[in-house]
Design a protein around this ligand. Structure first.
Ligand SMILES: [Zn+2]
Length: 499
């Protein structure tokens, strides 16, 4: 049977009206009192503890942040920035009245005044204060079991820790040499907590909760800041990159972006210059390394090349053509070669081009050689003149040849190879005076200079992304030229100041 709230209310009013006057008065008075209790905030209310979100890092005010009080003076034994996890055993007792923090901490979340009182702390303050922490470095051949044994913990503890609740505890099975574990034991000499930094951003936490272990992982947010660099080449692209403050991987990535247009091994000249905007990564204000190259520009022998990174992690020209092309300008990475503009070549390319019909890359024996483009191996063998060699057919009209390998990579006749795939290693087999790669490029059976041959245009960006890309390109190029001009004017000022 359904009773609507309306009829129920009517019935109650009826009953109420039928009550003796004294009873009615008492009910009204006590209702008002209850209402008052609800409206007026209790002075205790601000001390009530709020629910804590699982996995959320909460910063507890530490002695350096607060005026130490006698009741919590033992807090000084607390590890800094202890995070507070969800635990079964959570004390709801608020911290004694704490003064507002004396200093603000950069990057960290600041919990002040009233909020501090709402923080739940794992175990009692006494318990936490009595944890003793040790930092252990993972040695070669170490395992969690060995480490915990050295610290005097039982095999049962190792088992309980490595099977802690939570999907991340299995990461303890893959400890890397040199990693550092922080391990805390409590007064009962039980392993109470373990912290394992997995990377610059992530840490695995294991905590004793009641009589079992729980694990969880925390990630710090990476902040990206844009940076830029400019350089002029005087001796080599590598050296110029280093002088401009770029690291090894940035220099290699930069050359890779333009590797389809420019032969960084042989075509870079003094006076060429480059310009780059890139990401720098920070965690809590601390620099942790570089990120992606956002835009790059190089002026090579008077010709300007520009590339912009798009959201698909690919690089495009400002008008939206992919930087990737069917052929790399050079089948060897410049980093092995470009230490100088004048490598001691036994038969200089320019002079012998006609007779010789190929390009020589002098490099150390063993330097990897890659396929300049996708294709199919037509020849892979050894001959008196060529030494170990590989020929690749690309489509119908182009063939590339690679001679004098010290040894071939595992490539066989008929095999398909991808652009950039290693096909052999520089050597001096066959008719060669010293270790070098002899590289030929044939278009319809005619030898062409691979560094200058006109190749088909690259695939443009998908139509649906064109508008989005164009907007980004304008912005990136503006940042690129702005950065360059700023750096150049600082340079000029510095020169002027020195004069
Ligand atoms: Zn040659």
């Amino acid at each position: 049977m359904k009773v609507s709230s309306r009829t129920l209310f009517k019935k109650l009013v009826e009953i109420f009206q039928n009550l003796p006057k004294q009873h009615r008065g008492f009910i009204i008075a006590s209702s008002c009192f209850l209402l008052l209790l609800l409206i007026i905030p209790s002075s205790e209310e601000s001390l009530e503890v709020e629910e804590i979100q699982v996995g959320k890092r909460i910063q507890v005010a530490l002695p350096e942040d607060i005026v130490p009080l006698e009741t919590i003076s033992r807090q000084s034994a607390l590890p800094q920035r202890r995070s507070n996890k969800a635990h079964n055993k959570i004390i709801t007792e608020p911290l004694p009245s704490l003064s507002p923090p004396l200093s603000t901490q950069q990057g960290g979340s600041l919990i002040s005044g009233k909020l501090q009182r709402k923080i739940k702390i794992q175990g009692t303050i006494e318990e936490l204060a009595n944890l003793s922490w040790q930092t252990v470095k993972v040695r070669s051949g170490d395992s969690l079991a060995l480490i915990l044994k050295r610290l005097g913990f039982s095999a049962q503890t190792t088992y309980a820790v490595s099977t802690a609740k939570g999907k991340d505890s299995k990461l303890l099975k893959r400890l890397n040499v040199g990693d550092q574990l922080r391990i805390a034991s409590n007064e009962a000499e039980l392993l109470a907590a373990l912290e394992y930094p997995l990377s610059k951003t992530d840490t695995l936490f294991i905590n004793l909760v009641g009589d079992s272990y729980q694990s969880h992982r925390e990630s710090k947010e990476v902040e990206i800041r844009e940076s830029f660099s400019y350089g002029t080449i005087t001796s080599s692209f590598w050296n110029a990159g280093v002088s401009a403050g770029l690291n090894d991987s940035q220099i290699i990535n930069f050359a890779n972006i333009f590797g389809w247009d420019i032969d960084f091994a042989l075509d870079i000249r003094a006076g060429d210059n480059f310009n780059i905007t890139f990401e720098n990564k920070y965690i809590e204000g601390e620099y942790i390394g570089t990120g992606n190259i956002l835009a790059a520009e190089i002026t090579n022998q008077g010709e300007v090349f520009q590339a912009i990174r798009f959201t698909d992690d690919e690089y495009y020209t400002p008008d939206g053509r992919s930087m990737r092309k069917a052929f790399l300008r050079a089948p060897v990475n410049f980093k092995y070669i470009s230490s100088s503009f004048k490598p001691k070549r036994f038969h200089p390319v320019q002079k012998r081009w006609k007779a010789h019909r190929g390009i020589d890359y002098a490099a150390k024996q063993g330097t990897p050689v890659v396929a300049a483009g996708n294709g199919k191996v037509t020849h892979a063998g050894y001959s008196k003149y060529n030494g170990y060699y590989v020929f690749i057919q690309h489509g119908n009209d182009i063939v590339t040849k690679y001679l004098h390998f010290y040894k071939r990579a595992v490539v066989k006749k008929g095999q398909r190879v991808k652009q950039g795939q290693v096909i052999g290693y520089v050597g001096s087999t066959g008719l060669a005076a010293g270790p070098h790669l002899h590289y030929e490029f044939l278009l319809n059976g005619v030898h062409r200079n691979p560094r200058t041959v006109k190749l088909p245009d690259a695939r443009p960006i998908e139509k649906k992304y064109k508008a989005k890309f164009s907007l980004l390109a304008v912005e990136r190029l503006k940042a690129l030229s702005g950065a360059k001009n700023a750096l150049l004017s600082t340079e000029k000022n510095a020169i002027a100041a020195n004069d």
